[in-house]
Design a protein around this ligand. Structure first.
Ligand code: SPD
Length: 328
């Protein structure tokens, strides 16, 4: 075992063979994962304060290696695909020809690993303020994370995301904001001012996809983000996915566009071949992600049904995915 938990003090959140998430942002509930081995010394792989945040990696009994930042689970090897595939392929398959992609945060490489599957993407800019997150992801997570950081299309920028995005104009076809939760270092990324900066940094027809929390816990916040995105962008919608190790097992994204042809991200405009090999994303989970429970749809004022044209589009998309052809 390699551990930098040198001071031998108990790791916060770990007790009696279990890790429990901090509950500041989801009062009255705590998600817990069993360590692979009862002994903290054997299961904790890394524990250090980077100066930006406290980083913890441990081996869990059922979910593989787990990355925790400031007491909050960021990813587990078992279920990360349900988050990263949707966060990446919802916007990238909605855009007709994404060439330039910016990843905000995402130093763990999970988003990057999916973006690089799109051959049409020519440049990937990853803006991460904390290089230790990347070092840890390369060292303690799967080989393909290490490979992702070798992609020749990648430029890593160590900067505050809000500053970086503010200095960009009409540059990116897609911006993916893989931010943490609204209390802590990512707070400014949940403010309308950041959405305006992202709008300016997008090329015409550009799309943003932003981590937008769980409707079980943060419906007020989601409603505010949805409303402000609809004011700033031509269209904005909330899409949902299921991740068992995130609070309530559900998390969503705001997808907003500067003016895509179809005026929505609800349907893929292309289905790359590699989609057949993914674990969660497919054209049907793409479209289903925008269908919301009634209490959420009502609160956001987001329509759940398609018009007649959409029904035709759905059929074409279903057929193309099954026959492995291009949507016409
Ligand atoms: N409450 C958990 C939110 C996690 C958002 N960030 C995940 C980072 C994974 N790349």
């Amino acid at each position: 075992m390699t551990t930098t938990n040198n001071n031998k003090q108990a790791v916060p959140g770990i007790r009696d063979g279990w890790f429990s998430e901090t509950e500041a942002m989801w009062p009255g509930q705590k998600f817990s994962l069993a360590l692979e081995e009862f002994s903290e010394q054997k299961s904790v792989l890394f524990h250090q304060d980077s100066g930006h945040q406290k980083i913890l990696v441990f081996r869990s009994a059922q979910y593989g290696n787990v990355l925790v930042l400031d007491g909050v689970i960021q990813l587990t090897e078992r279920d990360e695909f349900a988050f990263h595939e949707m966060m990446v392929h919802l916007p990238l398959c909605s855009h007709p020809n994404p060439k330039s992609v910016c990843i905000v945060g995402g130093g763990d490489g999970g988003v990057l690993r999916q973006v690089r599957k799109h051959k049409c993407v020519k440049s990937i800019t990853l803006v991460e303020i904390d290089p230790m997150v990347t070092q840890v992801a390369k060292q303690y997570f799967r080989q393909d994370i290490r490979d992702a950081f070798e992609d020749p299309r990648l430029t890593i920028v160590q900067d505050d995301a809000a500053n970086f995005i503010a200095a960009r104009e009409a540059e990116f076809d897609v911006i993916i904001t893989d931010n943490g939760d609204p209390i802590g270092p990512a707070q400014s990324l949940f403010e309308p001012a950041f959405y305006e900066k992202m709008y300016n940094a997008l090329a015409p027809e550009g799309i943003v996809c932003v981590q937008a929390e769980s409707f079980w816990i943060h419906l007020d916040l989601i409603s505010d983000l949805h409303a402000c995105s609809n004011e700033i962008f031509s269209h904005a919608e909330y899409a949902s996915t299921m991740v068992p190790t995130y609070p309530c097992g559900q998390i969503g994204f705001i997808l907003a566009g500067k003016g895509t042809k179809s005026g929505t991200c609800r349907r893929p405009t292309r289905i790359p071949d590699f989609v057949q090999d993914l674990q969660w994303y497919n054209p049907q989970t793409h479209m289903a992600a925008f269908v919301l429970p009634t209490f959420v749809a009502k609160r956001l004022g987001q329509c759940n049904h398609d018009d007649d044209d959409d029904a035709d589009a759905r059929e074409r998309i279903d057929r193309c995915f099954l026959d492995n052809c291009t949507i016409s």
